[in-house]
Design a protein around this ligand. Structure first.
Ligand code: BTN
Length: 326
């Protein structure tokens, strides 16, 4: 952990109480002057840190920005997801950066946040709008011991983790729409783009790209998008703390990744099914122009959707665009 991450951790642990400069200096093995210099730097970033000559320092408020040290200090000690966090002011797509890191042999668990993306991408070749500082646009590099056809399990785990974090941080009650969307009151607030590299078996690496429309206003969406997309701020009526939500998502993902790696996919799938509004509904799935109609029954062991077609056959779906029929 960097010095700044340790300072923020100590101030957070103090909650509303002051932490003395002497305690910080001793804890971090630095002089009080060095601590004061770091506090000054954090203040220039927008951290409101109160200083009292007798009592020490107290964290009063954090700026609306994603800062790696801050996210690290919120997470504590992740097992895998979030043990290395990198924040970029702008990228083409955070998935591109994560792929480069993968090619450079970086360990799994690294998370790349972009405050804005010039070429954010969604599933099925769609564009993903990513205005600066209004959402969470990030990618996680993972190297699970899975075979390529089992990769859908990660998307299912990510959707379940997103569901829990959004509910906990906003009080909203999202629903999951197969395969990778989170909706609030029927409109999309978050999506997952899973991209993988595999040369036959096993999977070499996988990048989970997650986009959450956090504090976008209605005017940030085009007229077309506004019909189907919304943001947590629009739905809850108030701005959402992006850093707190980011930390919560990473914590939940770290937990689900551990569950998945220890063979507990079934428990994740059960939770997913409980909150997925596609299950039990008649749907039409568009697979690059080929439309399949049927009733969404459940997930199989690999995370694929089992669809009972109008002819009574059970078909296994791993992608495509789903429309729920009234
Ligand atoms: C979808 O619902 O179509 C998936 C959207 C995924 C968007 C995220 S934003 C962070 C990451 N970088 C990208 O370019 N895409 C994903």
């Amino acid at each position: 952990m960097t010095i700044d991450a340790q300072i923020l951790t100590a101030l957070r642990a103090g909650e509303d109480r002051f932490v003395t400069g002497g305690d910080l200096a001793q804890h971090l093995g630095l002089t009080r002057a060095a601590i004061a210099a770091r506090i000054h730097e954090l203040r220039t970033l927008g951290y409101e840190i109160e200083a009292s000559p007798h009592d020490g320092y107290r964290l009063r408020a954090c700026p609306d920005l994603l800062h790696a040290d801050d996210l690290v200090s919120r997470l504590g000690k992740p097992r895998v997801v979030g043990r290395d966090i990198r924040v970029f002011r702008e990228t083409t797509s955070s998935n591109d950066v994560a792929e480069k890191l993968a090619a450079d042999g970086v360990k799994e668990g690294v998370v790349v946040f972009a405050e804005s993306q010039s070429k954010g991408r969604g599933r099925l070749g769609r564009r993903w709008i990513s205005p600066a500082r209004k959402g969470l646009w990030f990618s996680i590099l993972l190297r699970p011991a899975l075979r390529p056809f089992e990769a859908t399990r990660l998307t299912i785990a990510a959707a379940t983790a997103l569901f829990r974090a959004i509910r906990a941080e906003t009080g909203l009650f999202p629903e999951i729409k197969w395969p990778n969307d989170l909706l609030v009151r029927g409109k999309k607030v978050a999506g997952i783009l899973t991209e993988l590299k595999a040369e036959l078996d096993p999977l070499r690496y996988l990048v989970l790209g997650i986009g959450v429309d956090v504090n976008l206003n209605a005017s940030d969406f085009s007229d077309e998008l506004r019909k189907t997309a919304t943001s947590l701020k629009i739905e809850s009526g108030e701005s959402v703390d992006r850093a707190a939500l980011a930390a919560s998502i990473l914590r939940e993902l770290d937990r689900d990744y551990a569950r998945l790696c220890s063979g507990q996919f079934e428990a994740i799938a059960e939770e997913w099914e409980e909150h997925c509004t596609t299950i039990g509904r008649n749907v039409v799935i568009d697979l690059a122009g080929r439309k399949i109609q049927g009733r969404a029954e459940c997930l199989d062991a690999d995370g694929a959707l089992l669809l009972r077609t109008q002819y009574g056959r059970l078909e296994r779906m791993v992608g495509g665009d789903v429309r729920v029929e009234k």
